[in-house]
Design a protein. Sequence first.
Length: 115
Amino acid sequence: MQEMKEHIKLEKAPLIKNLFYSDKKSNFYLVIALSETKVGKEFWRKIGVNPGNVRLANDDKLSSVLQVQKGSVSPFALINDKTNQVKYLIADSKLKSYDTWAFHPLENTQTWEIS
């Protein structure tokens, strides 16, 4: 995140992190959150998920399910999930106060601001 903060200059959108998780039942979660939001035990408890069951998905799962590399995760990658393995898209409630969000378009060499 720190390196991204140094390189990305956004006009309207806040800096957002995109995280890809899996659980013990092989469910996948795509989490979009403000860069300063801690996605830890309390985050998962607030949305009714047992935090002991979720882990960041490994690079192999990221590549096979979303067909992107680490650092390039975004909601746009859901288009690559042809078998609908990602069951949950979770947006940080703090994002509601922003009209514009920013995401990578499947690779982290660009960032698009969308409203």
